[in-house]
Write a protein that binds this ligand. Structure first.
Ligand SMILES: Cc1cc2nc3c(=O)[nH]c(=O)nc-3n(C[C@H](O)[C@H](O)[C@H](O)COP(=O)(O)OP(=O)(O)OC[C@H]3O[C@@H](n4cnc5c(N)ncnc54)[C@H](O)[C@@H]3O)c2cc1C
Length: 480
């Protein structure tokens, strides 16, 4: 009892003395004012907190590490409501059990991806897919479908085989592939809307070595030709990232000029036993000149993703990341590039630096809210998705430039969505439109039914989720 009474007392004191907490995402443009930042010591303490808040209908926004570009982690701002509003982080839930017999790892919601992968590595284990970086909280990363690259590899959430989750009344629900496999498809990517996940169990595998080959490619303004060549490369390499084309902002002409070269990296299993050197490479932490031919070897985690970044490229940036059936790759990438160019006059102004296109692939899956869900594919689609990312990077943290670029970022989905069956990354500049969401996520009604059961008073949602998912029943709670 003592374990969870103290944190509750602190919350109460914070509420009484008005120690409000302002939440920011990683680059400070997503922010909201809450009544307090709550970090329970255990699952029991979290359940008790929820039980206490349920009668008041308090808003509860559970967060990971805020490593996103969208409003998933925005709390209901205290300026807009009389209802209490809290940010909850389960960072203290740090238990871990690795079971080498069943090849699973079970861990508390406090684990960050970086620490968990290191712990697995120390046990000669790994899991299969990571984002380009490892700075996320594991549950936070899972809850949005974070991914790396690979036509035969699923996103990070596909590895989840069970979890423990608390609903808004503090009741515990155990969801796993044995007892409620269908429901697990809803909880794997839950956007923080289905409750507070306190523990996850994932499949792990013996770790293995990869050879990473990086090759410089030539850019051309004949985009159709360039993207068709890239598309061909994806037929040859199932695990590849294309970093490019790159464009630099020309201050004089106020236009983007294409760099003559860019690069692609692909990964393949190897039996090489020499030095592991991918993280030693000049490019491993996003620093240095990466457009070079090179080969490195490393354990899968270190070969596929970067440890937390250095400080060299951390100015503001806007970003989109769209998923569509890989069959559209060449045509969609060409048209995205042309659309971007047509919009360039709107970007005129200070502080633009670089615009980088990035292409990856990902195997589709059956999680209800997965951006690569296979529920609405046509028979001719293979079930593999292409991922197109555009980053607009600035020389200086200027808010006006950031917001202007983000406005532009919002326009790609309405423009191309229907044509290429596009879904946006949940944490990267998705324009809210519930009708469109329903088209791309046919299991949305099932997801919302579970959402209502888990959260009858709409304590886990915010404006973004209400609009994006069309949770109309919640609008009245948000305006109270
Ligand atoms: C520079 C940069 C690079 C990126 N690269 C990639 C990439 O390569 N691939 C990719 O897919 N994404 C990438 N992302 C996006 C990012 O990794 C994901 O959006 C990820 O979800 C963020 O994790 P987080 O821990 O910060 O979660 P947050 O952003 O804090 O939260 C994400 C969601 O998880 C929910 N959540 C958190 N904890 C819990 C819990 N205990 N229970 C229930 N719900 C919870 C939150 O409510 C929210 O809905 C990148 C982002 C940035 C800023």
């Amino acid at each position: 009892m003592v374990g969870f009474k103290l944190p509750l007392l602190l919350i109460l004191l914070q509420a009484i003395f008005g120690s409000a907490y302002r939440w920011f995402n990683w680059q400070y443009e997503v922010t909201c004012e809450s009544d307090a930042y709550v970090t329970p010591e255990s699952e029991n303490a979290t359940a008790l907190f929820l039980k206490q808040q349920y009668p008041k209908g308090s808003f509860i926004k559970v967060v990971g590490n805020g490593h996103g570009f969208g409003n998933l982690t925005t709390c209901v701002d205290t300026a807009t409501t009389k209802t209490p509003s809290y940010i909850v982080s389960l960072t203290n839930l740090k238990h871990l059990n690795i079971d080498k017999k069943s090849m699973t790892a079970t861990f508390g919601a406090g684990w960050d991806v970086f620490d968990l992968t290191n712990e697995l590595k120390a046990n000669n284990l790994s899991f299969n897919n990571l984002g380009a970086e490892r700075v996320q909280n594991f549950v936070g990363a899972t809850s949005t479908g974070t991914h790396g690259t690979g036509s035969l590899v699923g996103n990070i959430a596909t590895q989840v085989i069970g979890l423990r989750v608390l609903d808004s009344q503090g009741n515990l629900r155990i969801v796993n592939e044995h007892t409620n496999a269908e429901e697990l498809k809803a909880f794997r990517i839950s956007l923080g809307a289905l409750g507070l996940i306190t523990e996850m169990t994932i499949k792990v595998q013996p770790t293995y070595l990869l050879k990473k080959t990086t090759k410089v490619l030539n850019a051309t303004k004949d985009y159709n030709k360039m993207y068709n060549e890239i598309s061909q490369l994806y037929k040859e390499h199932d695990r590849m990232t294309v970093w490019g084309p790159h464009f630099d902002w020309d201050e004089k002409t106020q236009d983007w000029s294409i760099e003559p070269t860019f690069f692609a990296s692909w990964w393949e299993p190897t039996t090489y036993t020499g030095v592991h050197n991918c993280t030693l490479n000049y490019c491993a932490n996003g620093c240095g000149d990466c457009i070079k031919n090179y080969i490195c070897y490393d354990e899968v985690t270190d070969a596929m993703s970067c440890p937390p970044q250095g400080v060299c490229t951390r100015e503001f940036y806007a970003e989109i990341e769209h998923f569509f059936p890989v069959e559209h790759l060449a045509e969609a990438a060409t048209n995205y590039t042309l659309f971007q160019q047509a919009q360039t006059p709107r970007m005129k102004g200070p502080y633009n630096e670089q615009m980088i296109f990035q292409l990856r692939t990902l195997k589709g899956d059956d999680s209800y809210m997965s951006p690569v869900n296979t529920y609405n594919l046509e028979p001719k689609n293979s079930g593999v998705f292409a991922i197109l990312e555009i980053d607009w990077i600035q020389t200086y943290n200027d808010w006006n430039t950031l917001w202007r670029n983000q406005e532009l970022a919002y326009e790609f989905l309405p423009h191309f969505g229907e044509t290429y069956n596009v879904r946006s990354h949940w944490n990267k500049m998705a324009a809210p439109n519930a009708t469109y969401t329903l088209e791309q996520f046919p299991k949305l009604p099932q997801f919302l039914a579970i959402q209502e059961r888990q959260d009858p008073k709409c304590q886990f949602v915010n404006d973004f989720l209400v609009q994006q998912l069309g949770i109309t029943r919640c609008a009245k709670y948000l305006s109270s």
